[in-house]
Design a protein around this ligand. Structure first.
Ligand code: PLP
Length: 356
């Protein structure tokens, strides 16, 4: 079975096995990870290791805090402006897709001003928007981008030049899948459920000098408080952090982010090469902006697309139905998807094409 879901997504098989083995009794304690105290030694070591491994994998500098929070990516659409938009109370957004639009809407909902500086909505988000240059300085607390657009299948390889205005990057669907320089961002966030582990924990990486007295921020979303308390201000999502920790150790064994990027490029290239020569299927995204983790594609005929999904499911290729707003199909090729999964998909599509 290969699970192409956009999220919650496929986990590395050895990690699932380890969770299974350790579930009744964590490290010989006689207690399950589902039962242990978040203040106990076992869990303290788990969360410390998870932070250290993430720092190592992403080369996160010491002046950035690493936080494990709850509330998902959606929580961060609110937490980011509440914590960071203190001076101008104004943020800028590059509207590259539905998740960027959500960030814009959430900031407005909370009373911040949010300026959409560029949008590719009229192109159905099949290309990435570009920042107007030069970006006016000292107007915005930050510029928000969705680094990888899960629904539309685009990805920023080149980051917009925001000069001294901090860049906030939503990496929910490509954290640890592609190498980025953390220093290019003021803040990065990612819900775990695609590339990091199960749903329930959200990673926040934020430059400490951007933090300050964030008034009216609920404690559960207060970056400074979470930094001071090492993400243990209240009960954290213990199981999710444990599973993320195992995924991070697996990633290190596999060769880290550069190796993951190499594999993700190989997997996605295989699929794009097939789609580009296919006479049945196509990918609508401009080649330079294509994502290496989420690949939407279609035949142009909704009934035929549905028939592909049904036949694929019967072949053990699961969750290929496209997002309802885009239609067609979508293959998510996160870190846990082996090359053999992409090969099996291409073989299947090729075969389907021959018979249709
Ligand atoms: N940002 C991106 C890029 C996403 O893909 C998603 C979910 O798929 C979200 C944010 C929303 O995340 P959550 O469901 O964790 O709130």
């Amino acid at each position: 079975i290969y699970n192409f879901a956009a999220g919650p997504a496929m986990m590395p098989a050895p990690v699932i096995k380890q969770i299974q083995d350790e579930l009744p009794s964590l490290h010989g304690s006689g207690m399950s990870i589902l039962e242990v105290s978040h203040r106990g030694q076992d869990f303290e070591k788990i969360i410390e290791d998870a932070e250290a491994d993430l720092r190592e994998l992403m080369a996160i500098p010491d002046d950035y805090a690493v936080l494990f929070m709850q509330g998902g990516g959606t929580g961060q659409f609110a937490a980011a402006p509440m914590n960071l938009a203190r001076q101008f109370k104004r943020i800028a957004v590059l509207d590259s897709g539905q998740w960027a639009a959500r960030a814009d809407a959430e900031a407005r909902r909370l009373g911040f001003t949010s300026d959409v500086l560029a949008s590719t909505k009229t192109d159905r988000y099949t290309t990435l928007p570009a920042l107007p240059e030069p970006l006016p300085q000292d107007q915005y607390d930050y510029v928000h981008i969705c680094v990888n657009n899960t629904i539309e299948g685009t990805m920023f390889r080149q980051l917009p030049a925001t000069e001294t205005t901090p860049l906030v990057g939503d990496m929910s669907s490509n954290i640890l899948a592609q190498r980025y320089n953390v220093r290019d961002f003021g803040m990065i966030f990612a819900g775990a459920q695609k590339n990091l582990g199960p749903a329930g924990v959200t990673v926040v990486i934020v430059r400490r000098d951007l933090l300050g007295d964030a008034k009216h921020v609920p404690s559960a979303f207060d970056y400074q408080l979470f930094d001071a308390k090492h993400s243990l201000y209240n009960t954290p999502p213990v199981f999710a952090i444990y599973a993320v920790g195992l995924v991070l150790k697996w990633l290190k064994e596999q060769g880290g982010v550069d190796e993951m990027q190499r594999r993700n490029e190989a997997k996605s290239q295989l699929l794009y090469d097939y789609l580009d020569q296919s006479r049945l299927f196509f990918n609508p995204v401009k080649p330079a902006d294509r994502s290496i983790t989420n690949v939407p594609f279609m035949t142009g005929d909704a009934d035929l697309d549905a028939a592909v999904v049904t036949a694929a499911t019967a072949h053990g290729l699961l969750n290929l139905k496209g997002h309802r707003s885009v239609g067609g199909l979508r293959a998510s090729l996160y870190n846990a998807m082996p090359l053999a999964g992409a090969e099996a998909l291409v073989d299947f599509l090729n075969d389907f094409e021959k018979h249709h």
